[in-house]
Design a protein. Sequence first.
Length: 289
Amino acid sequence: MKAIDDLPTLGCEVFSVIGGDPFLRDDLFEVLRHAKRKGMKIGLTTHAYNTGKFLPQIEKVGLDSIMVSIDGYRGRHDRIRDKPGAYEKCLHSIRFYYHIGIPVIGVSVIVMDETVHDIPKIIEDVYTCGGNRLRIQPLLAGNKKRNGPQTVENAFRLVFEARQKGFDIEISEGFGYLGQLESRVRSPGFFCGCGWDTFTIMPNGNIMGCPALNLHNYNEGNIKENNLRQIWFNRFEGARGDIVKDLPPDCKACRHVQICRGGCWLFRAYGQDPCFLPQAEEVAGQIID
């Protein structure tokens, strides 16, 4: 392990606080202001249910980006969140973010069998209220339920159609490498930056590559016990090493393996198949002349 004095500075460019609900932190805005003073762009991810309590602080802190989580259209979102009026609060918050001039106002939508066809209506509402970016996510790998093939294909088609109309919407890296469909549903192409250009500090101080991953065996160190520069420059062997050699035989045999590198870290960590390429190829065959 290299000594601290021999290591370069981290040079972090973006500092983002995600949840749960980041507004539960009493020092949230103090932390964001400190990151801003250090020259980093600052962002938040929120379900927007409690935004109304913090409007003055949000306006003053100077956010560069904010991401709102929406699970379905109107009543379905409210039922999934078990909070009546939650969808309208999301839209109200997006209008406020637009009014105060936050440059990037994004929405994250998790694809589910019962909500996938809500995507066009969510897009219309979000852009009408001032949002300017959407990311479509798969069901988190920790869930026992996985998106069905037809649901995934429907999501790919809807994103393709929305992009054709000029909307800034993309399939997230959670869906892995998508072959011929890549440039038609995301920009740039697939790359999982976990442990390469991003890291996450968990609530207990553990350092992870993936912000959605909290399995102990993927812990790279603890900020309370180790210097962050030492962790970044001396760890993350699993992300930066020869991932391909540890992949299942069918993945190794795939002609896309050097680009894909096993797909989404999160799915692999939970022992689930991260490959959505068959669904992508099915849709690509239908939309590519």
